[in-house]
Design a protein around this ligand. Structure first.
Ligand code: PRX
Length: 635
């Protein structure tokens, strides 16, 4: 018997030991007993972190949607699979049962097939948080097409870059989206993006906001009539275990976004198993993750993980502040949510509004509170624990990454004693290592270093779409035979992990990963700008915010800086999206550089953090004089 559901600490340690000593046997048992296979595997695991190459369950045949939908029909056909809570609380919530989901996914899959989409083709999904988003993802998986969801807050340029990188032929979108009291013209953004995507032949458009939009003849089609005419039945394409399931882009510290490729069987097994345990999900629970499906959290823990367990998963279209700051709690009360999974930035924003708002709502259904996306500060942790959890619902601080596919370090609620700001213990099967400055593994407790993982887990991303070399260089060259996370971490006296933050040039703003290079590129596009450097600095709500140091081409000319700031932020909004807007922009006559011409971000970071007491040795700089000027004019 496999240990699919861990219920106490001793069992955790026992299962963890087994998963490390006999990983293949362990995962084989989990896979065998809890999933539907068309054919079993020939080998459980093959791996080599040098090449790097990892395969799980090679030779197996399956379709993930049969696991997420079909196999539940006999026992859970009338159970709500997706509970859609719309932007406006006055609009009714929609309960989509497993049977209805089966029919709607088949209809959508049949539409895609009729549009010529085949196994292995890439489909770009740029859809807001409405049922069509989850359904289109599952429809792609049903026919073996590789979905590439782009968060529907990204700009036209960001969208076109992603469409072209993975050569998508078809785009799914909606006429527009709601965001609190506002509407967003999504179709307009798609039209602009597609001006530079000659490979896209078809756009399927869902109706959401009933706005007047332009439909391009021969390319754009309304989705609903096609769905209405399509059959509600359809066979799932039989996939190989290692066939790609989806591509999801994440920011790197340099260059283009990285299209992380996740494959089918390992991803399914790991997301399902982590979902069951990290959230202690039980049959009649209502589970709610507030993330957008456009991020990995939504892929793994709104769609695949919950549905693979036959769970009821809430899909929330709205924002925490609309119509007021009680919205989250209103949804929890209304749907009797048992597990609530959100980001520290949302907790901080809500905490700022005061705890009184919460008192108007009955939150007694809550059993587990989760956070993800960035380190949670002590104050936010306590606020969440006391006011939302009333000291009774354990907080799981889950650490993981787009590249990981599923939760990697987390307390198991009611099993692992929690500790504020600590992600605590590795999940089953995960073997973390902390590395020191000389590339050595730091053994024992009470150490701090760079976080690596020593052994493959089933849902590790297999490559970067079209760029295996970059995959190797980014994750597998810093330390031999290790996956390098890019994060720093410490291990306390009992072996609990605390993630201290990024050690590279990625900045996490409101839980969103932002690479410095693409933002600097956008700033540098402004004709008046000579050069720029971005660093992060602490922010009450966003965790970190962006501080830009900008040098101008014509220093002698006096300019209206407030206009310039607006123009620079507009450029960033256009190139990347509003999430990358700069909090502070400081104009300066120079940027501190090493003699080889590299910008010394360390110094700029300290200045932005208002910590100039110990800037280190600046004498080796090419231009030490600019440091003084920057400090003097710091914002
Ligand atoms: O720095 C870590 C931070 O978010 C990064 C991964 O971001 P992304 O790929 O967008 O995935 C986020 C959702 C899975 C990590 O390298 N991070 C994520 N969770 C935590 C965290 N930092 C501290 N504590 C966490 N719980």
């Amino acid at each position: 018997m496999s240990n699919y559901h861990i219920k106490h600490l001793e069992e955790y340690f026992q299962v963890y030991r087994k998963s490390v000593r006999e990983p293949e046997k362990f995962w084989e048992e989990i896979a065998e007993e809890h999933f539907l296979w068309r054919k079993k595997w020939d080998s459980v695991l093959k791996w080599d972190f040098k090449t790097p190459e990892v395969t799980w369950f090679e030779g197996a045949k399956l379709n993930i949607t049969e696991n997420c939908i079909d196999r539940h029909l006999a026992t859970r056909g009338d159970k709500t699979a997706i509970l859609f809570e719309p932007n406006d609380p006055k609009d009714p919530a929609e309960h989509i049962t497993y049977r209805q989901l089966y029919e709607r996914v088949n209809q959508f899959a049949n539409v895609l097939k009729a549009e010529g989409v085949k196994k292995g083709d890439r489909v770009c999904i740029y859809v807001p948080m409405i049922p069509e988003l989850a359904i289109s993802i599952l429809a792609c998986a049903r026919i073996g097409a590789i979905h590439s969801v782009v968060f529907a807050g990204f700009s036209a340029t960001a969208l076109s870059t992603r469409i072209n990188d993975s050569d998508c032929k078809l785009v799914i979108t909606s006429d527009g989206s709601y965001r609190g009291a506002k509407t967003i013209d999504l179709k307009g953004i798609v039209d602009e993006a597609l001006d530079s995507c000659p490979g896209v032949l078809t756009v399927l458009v869902a109706k959401r906001i009933q706005s007047d939009i332009v439909m391009k003849d021969g390319r754009d089609k309304w989705l609903q009539p096609l769905l209405d005419a399509a059959s509600k039945e359809g066979d799932a394409e039989i996939m190989d275990a290692e066939d790609p399931l989806f591509i999801l882009y994440t920011s790197g510290s340099t260059g283009q976004p990285k299209g992380m490729v996740h494959t089918t069987a390992g991803y399914m097994v790991y997301t399902a198993y982590t979902f069951k345990n990290a959230f202690q999900y039980r049959e009649n629970d209502v589970y709610w993750c507030t993330a957008d499906i456009g991020w990995i959290t939504g892929h793994s823990y709104i769609v695949y993980g919950p549905l693979a367990n036959g769970a009821t998963t809430v899909l929330f279209e709205g924002v925490p502040s609309y119509p007021d700051y009680g919205r989250f709690w209103d949804v929890v009360q209304k749907h009797k949510v048992s597990q609530f999974y959100t980001a520290p930035t949302a907790i901080r924003a809500l905490a700022k509004q005061g705890a009184e708002i919460i008192e108007n709502y009955d939150l007694s259904s809550l059993k587990v509170l989760g956070t993800v996306g960035e380190p949670i500060n002590e104050e936010a942790w306590h606020w969440y624990n006391e006011n939302v959890g009333k000291g009774k619902s354990p907080i799981i601080d889950t650490w993981w990454q787009t590249e990981n596919g599923g939760i990697m370090i987390t307390p198991i609620p009611y099993v692992t004693p929690t500790k504020p700001t600590y992600a605590t213990l590795p999940f089953i099967g995960i073997q973390p290592a902390l590395m020191g400055d000389n590339g050595e593994e730091l053994i024992g407790n009470q150490v701090e270093g760079r976080l690596c993982i020593k052994f493959p887990w089933p849902s590790i991303a297999r490559t970067i779409w079209g760029d295996h070399k970059r995959y190797k260089e980014t994750y597998f060259t810093a330390y031999e035979n290790m996956y390098f996370t890019g994060d720093g971490a410490l291990r306390d006296e009992v072996g609990y992990y605390r993630i201290t933050g990024r050690v590279d040039d990625v900045i996490i703003v409101s839980g969103h990963n932002l690479g410095t290079a693409p933002i600097e590129d956008a700033i540098n596009e402004h004709p008046a700008v000579a050069e720029s450097a971005i660093v992060g600095f602490p922010h009450d709500i966003k965790g970190s915010a962006l501080y830009a140091y900008v040098t101008l081409k014509d220093v002698g000319e006096s300019r209206d800086h407030s206009n310039l700031k607006k123009e620079i932020n507009q450029l960033i909004s256009d190139r990347i999206g509003a999430i990358a807007k700069l909090e502070k922009i400081q104009f300066t006559s120079g940027l501190p550089k090493t003699r080889s011409g590299k910008i010394m971000r360390r110094i700029l970071r300290k200045i932005a953090e208002k910590d100039t007491s110990n800037l280190g040795d600046t004498s080796t700089l090419l231009n030490p004089e600019c440091v003084e000027e920057i400090i003097k004019n710091a914002l």
